[in-house]
Design a protein around this ligand. Structure first.
Ligand SMILES: [Zn+2]
Length: 269
């Protein structure tokens, strides 16, 4: 049966510590076993929502958002394994569930088989559009990991941050939450040492907007230039056991580094 352990076991403690910071919403954890939780299996899809009775009223919104998100995210692959969406009643319980503290902006967290979601009931400002984008973003991570991850027993090194977050941001249509191309160009000019392909720990911690914006625009560039089929091809190559670098070269006939140069030229236009 499926387990998240093979994906983590290769990581050294140091890289794992960095990973905790780098992955944002993608840290892998076993689902909690909350007392008094109720379950709602969605019909026709391998997804179950688990929630406290107090959050029962949020089910229609969560269900509707998942069903709307699925056609968008399954363009990258199928849901092969069951997924549990755990509704955390408030932000603190979300932070406890994912063992991350001090991330007030955090609303959700995804692994191969679980999405932890801060109950929309506890959002200060709730917009259906923003909630749908969040659910789409997290489900993209799940589909990505299930499609590219399990069969290859990949390590997280196969999936650089720019690609994971860029793909999720692109699929969720979160461009309006990122810097525009023009602003990003200016920001990159004022942060000449920043490399979106290998951000430093400090940049990951302190400059998330720059990081996520660069990731979003990098993936958007790839898809606009080469199409979505290449993304599916890239995921297939990873699933076959290639490292991300190998899979990237096989798919695009160039290295990430060369692609980044081309992207920078395009960004400057
Ligand atoms: Zn994410």
């Amino acid at each position: 049966m499926f387990s998240t352990v093979p994906i983590l076991h290769r990581l050294s403690l140091l890289s794992f510590a960095l990973l905790l910071t780098a992955q944002g919403c993608t840290f892998l954890l076993p689902p909690p076993t909350g007392k008094g939780m109720e379950s709602f299996p969605l019909p026709g899809v391998p997804i179950t929502i688990r929630y406290q009775p107090a959050d029962r009223s949020t089910l229609p919104l969560i269900k509707e958002s998942i069903m709307q998100a699925l056609p968008r995210v399954t363009r990258w692959g199928r849901l092969i394994h069951p997924v549990t969406v755990i509704v955390c009643p408030d932000h603190d319980s979300l932070e406890r569930a994912v063992q991350r503290h001090g991330y007030r902006w955090l609303k959700a967290w995804a692994t191969e088989e679980t999405i932890y979601l801060q109950s929309p009931r506890s959002w200060l400002v709730l917009s259906r559009k923003r909630f749908l984008a969040l659910v789409t973003h997290e489900l993209t991570h799940v589909v990505h990991y299930q499609t590219a991850g399990l069969r290859a027993s990949r390590s997280t090194k196969n999936d650089p941050l720019w690609f994971r977050e860029g793909l999720a941001s692109y699929t969720a249509g979160q461009g309006s939450r990122r810097y525009s191309r023009k602003t990003l160009r200016q920001k990159l000019h004022t942060h000449p040492s920043f490399n979106p392909l290998s951000p430093t720990k400090k940049e990951i911690q302190k400059n998330q907007q720059l990081l996520y914006s660069a990731a979003h625009h990098l993936v958007t560039f790839l898809i606009e230039k080469f199409g979505e089929e290449k993304i599916r091809k890239l995921l297939r190559h990873i699933a076959e056991g290639n490292s991300f670098d190998q899979a990237f070269e096989k798919t695009y006939g160039t290295s990430e580094k060369e692609m980044k140069k081309e992207w920078e030229l395009r960004l400057a236009q």
